[in-house]
Design a protein around this ligand. Sequence first.
Ligand code: NDP
Ligand code: A1CAB
Length: 294
Amino acid sequence: MPSTQSAQPLNTDTERPLSEPSIAFIGAGNMASSIIGGLVESGHSPDAICAADPSPESLERLRRSLRRTAPVRTSTDNATAVSGADVVILAVKPQVMSQVLEGIAGPVAEAGALVISIAAGITIDSMRARLGDSTAIVRCMPNTPALLGCGASALFANARVDAAQRGHAETILGAVGIVEWVPTEAALDAITALSGSGPAYFFLFMEAMIEAGCELGLERETATAMARQTALGAARMAIEGDADLVELRRRVTSPGGTTQAAIESFESDGLRDTVKRAMQAAANRAVEMARDMG
Ligand SMILES: NC(=O)C1=CN([C@@H]2O[C@H](COP(=O)(O)OP(=O)(O)OC[C@H]3O[C@@H](n4cnc5c(N)ncnc54)[C@H](OP(=O)(O)O)[C@@H]3O)[C@@H](O)[C@H]2O)C=CC1
Ligand SMILES: O=C(O)[C@@H]1CCC=N1
């Protein structure tokens, strides 16, 4: 992919543009579309982005999702998309990662590209084994709220990643939400269990609240509207409010009132242990997936 940034200032250490890296996305599914959408909305030139996917339907879906902006470039060939890219984002399922890496190792090495993987449980070592020891790799765990620009992404870089490349990774994932660097790669398995899978936990909790509301006699439509808005309100208070979670909960919980009755029921049923076991299962699965790929 030809660079479109030759007129921009260069980082003299790396000869890379300070902004607007050319980016190749491998896989044009849900997560890639979200990140590409966020990047384009935040002003990244669409012609500095190329998305590769073997499925013309997926590429067409991506183009439709970006209909308000100029189109990004697309290809059904991964190696073509990677050629000349500054950053390569691996947004395929873990199960096809091995085959994908083998297909792009040559062009990645030739371009000296930064590789960012968003795949759950695929370790830097296993990617390095297929891409070469000198490859700069960032492992990232985003989540689906990236679709709405309110994602949460955690990042970990190997020693080959330079300061400019760290900046690129932050800018790219920062286009769809908050970004946190974690100190160890192992922490990404915990992040996967917390924020990667986390949206599904909240959806499950809302489903359970809606079911319970219906059993208490509400119409499903009413229960659904009230559960959704309550989740939104609680999340906004947790982020924007003037108090920590314990204090926010205390303010809802009138002594001897309805909330206290519910909270005591949750606590005596072992809600905290249930959450711990579920997150441990998710983290264990991330480790198993890494082992499967070898
Ligand atoms: N969904 C989530 O909540 C999260 C997902 N992730 C990670 O993000 C990654 C992508 O997930 P998601 O976007 O949900 O998955 P999707 O299935 O939506 O996207 C993956 C895309 O990759 C395409 N693909 C398949 N084989 C290849 C190939 N050989 N070369 C290029 N593209 C290929 C698929 O095409 P086709 O459909 O035709 O097979 C599909 O369009 C996964 O590794 C997942 O672990 C990380 C955080 C959260
Ligand atoms: O369930 C999964 O494996 C992926 C990773 C985090 C969210 N979805």
